[in-house]
Design a protein around this ligand. Structure first.
Ligand SMILES: Cc1ncc(COP(=O)(O)O)c(C=O)c1O
Length: 495
């Protein structure tokens, strides 16, 4: 049955350095494979799609041709193009077209999970490139860490060097339980703490423990794209729900996502927009989860960097029903390369999480955990955090000053209380995607907000990280943004 699609396609914006043809191909193929574009649905005309996606018509035609030759699309360009009723991977090998057969031979057969993932982007930048939302790596006390690592290794006991508890090194779990108790109001025991290699790893374990194929997951829109991609790849149905100044819109969530299995939120400061989940919504959210039997995944990344406003406890601190899986990370607070983070899981889930961990990768590296434990318990962590909070506050002020001087009228920086980035809202006549591309040509990385949008219309904003850059780098970055802006104005004026 052929069906006409009238709605615009919601595609994630391209990542830096991905060719637009590759991006459009990946996005359309993903939309087809994961069912956002139903079988038999008519695709927009290439001309309309090209305009909508900001690519040339030739690019759109080439992408359609490729997907048609692979068997994902049928029909002729000009006479209507439709999503195939049967996908190439579902056909017996002999009945696939020659191009699809050649393509299948070149590409190994992988699982449905693997075929739904986006390709790896290797970003190697030895020079700081404003304005990525990264921490100031050179401020990390590397000599101190190295000294402590040496001491930990030399003093390692036999039991430390053998296989260990899948939840992690007990003394570190104890230190984390005390830390989240004091700083985030999360009352828990070391038994509930799982050391993981970052929040992303925590999400992976959570997905395996709590989700089955076709379970519904309520996700903030916009959000960190890896999160939605992981749920989708696991076969769950992602239901994007809007956010506003009070965080996730719970009423909308209830209407759009009846009986979710999991609700993913960033209550401390919404990623990427920065709002804090209000007290009223916190109560609504935990009651809703309790009533529907849903679990909540609380992504508390970066909450340590709060510059203004009163400190706000974690959602888990005020959850009377023990439905929240709380997650934190040392990636941004210390070093991205550490790959260390933690989960605090509801009491009833401790065993399931520990068993999953044991079956996935055994346990985390004890050596790194032992150093992290000393760093926390000897007060170095708190000192580093205080120092970074001050430094980052001055860098944020510098970014505000520089944009005010050079980009006034074109950029409005959002008010933020926490985090390592700020949203720059653009004047209505500016296109964030195009500006970001031009800025990249000037070595400035300003990520368009559209990159984080799942379903809602594309907001014209850019995400500007400020923490990793000193005064001169911030000034230089803003000057280059101003140049990119001027060029764009000239181009669009001329066109
Ligand atoms: C909102 C959000 N959650 C989770 C992560 C991943 O955190 P980790 O490095 O601890 O895996 C990021 C990384 O940027 C993020 O922005």
């Amino acid at each position: 049955v052929k069906r006409r699609t009238t709605a615009e396609l919601a595609l994630l914006g391209p990542a830096p350095r991905v060719l637009r043809q590759q991006w459009l191909y990946d996005e359309l193929r993903a939309a087809i494979v994961d069912g956002r574009l139903a079988r038999g649905a008519q695709l927009p005309a290439t001309r309309d799609l090209a305009r909508q996606c900001g690519v040339s018509r030739g690019t759109a035609v080439a992408v359609f041709e490729q997907l048609r030759s692979e068997g994902y699309l049928v029909g002729r360009i000009g006479a209507g193009t439709y999503v195939s009723a049967t996908f190439p991977e579902e056909l017996p090998p002999h009945s696939r077209g020659p191009a699809a057969r050649a393509d299948a031979a070149a590409r190994p057969r992988v699982s449905r999970f693997a075929s739904r993932l986006s390709p790896v982007q290797t970003r190697i930048a030895d020079v700081p490139r404003p304005f990525l939302p990264e921490p100031a790596i050179e401020e990390f006390p590397i000599t101190l860490w190295a000294r402590m690592a040496g001491r930990c290794l030399r003093g390692a006991t036999r039991s430390m060097l053998r296989n260990a508890d899948p939840r992690g090194y007990r003394p570190l779990r104890q230190a984390i339980a005390e830390y989240v108790g004091a700083s985030r109001g999360v009352a828990c025991t070391a038994e509930q703490v799982l050391v993981v290699s970052g929040i992303q790893h925590g999400l992976d374990i959570t997905t395996r423990v709590l989700l089955d194929s076709r379970h519904r997951v309520c996700v903030e829109d916009p959000c960190y794209p890896v999160v939605a991609a992981m749920f989708t790849a696991a076969g769950a149905t992602v239901v994007p729900v809007g956010v506003d100044d009070e965080g996730l819109d719970i009423e909308q969530a209830k209407r759009w996502c009846a009986r979710p299995s999991l609700i993913y939120v960033t209550p401390a400061h919404q990623f990427p927009l920065g709002s804090t989940l209000s007290l009223r919504r916190r109560i609504q959210l935990t009651s809703w989860a309790h009533a529907t039997g849903a679990w909540i995944f609380e992504d508390d990344y970066d909450s340590e960097y709060r510059f203004s406003g009163p400190p706000i406890a974690a959602l888990k601190a005020t959850d009377p029903h023990d439905r929240v899986v709380f997650s934190g990370s040392f990636s941004k607070v210390l070093l991205p390369a550490l790959r260390l983070g933690y989960l605090v899981v509801p009491r009833t889930l401790v065993e399931a999480f520990a068993a999953a961990r044991q079956h996935i990768d055994g346990h985390p590296s004890v050596i790194d955990q032992a150093v992290m434990c000393e760093f926390l318990t000897q007060g170095h962590f708190g000192r580093h955090l205080r120092r970074m909070r001050e430094l980052y506050a001055t860098r944020l002020a510098r970014l505000r000053d520089a944009t005010d001087r050079l980009l006034r009228g074109a950029f409005t920086l959002s008010d933020i209380d926490a985090g390592l980035h700020v949203t720059a809202w653009l004047a209505p006549d500016l296109n964030a995607e195009r500006l970001a591309q031009d800025a990249l040509a000037h070595d400035v990385h300003a990520i368009p907000l559209s990159r984080f949008v799942l379903r809602r219309s594309r907001p014209q904003g850019l995400l500007l990280g400020f923490a990793a850059y000193d005064r001169a780098q911030i000034d230089h970055g803003v000057e280059r943004l101003a140049i990119a802006l001027e060029r764009l104005a000239r181009k669009t004026g001329a066109g």
